[in-house]
Design a protein around this ligand. Sequence first.
Ligand code: FES
Length: 97
Amino acid sequence: MKKFGLPFVRSIFVCTQKRPDGHPIPCCANRGGMALRMELKEMVKNQGKDKEVKVFTSGCLGACDHGPVAVQYPDGEYLLGITQDDLPEIFEDLMKD
Ligand code: FES
């Protein structure tokens, strides 16, 4: 194993977990997780910050009832129930130095 410092300042993991139709536990894919991730990634790229800020997809982050869910680092914050209207605020947080 090798260890080294991350080459980016901030990262966000957006849950895009998909469960089969009819599954009793909700999933972020059915609540728009992928579209939110793609739009946020595009916002970062358009700002020219895609080398410093990474917008990753993620499997289940353990808060399925509150999806779509994301986790942001280095703040270590859970973002729950994300909507399209939240993206500007999330983007601003990602742009912090
Ligand atoms: S499916 Fe997204 S947090 Fe569990």
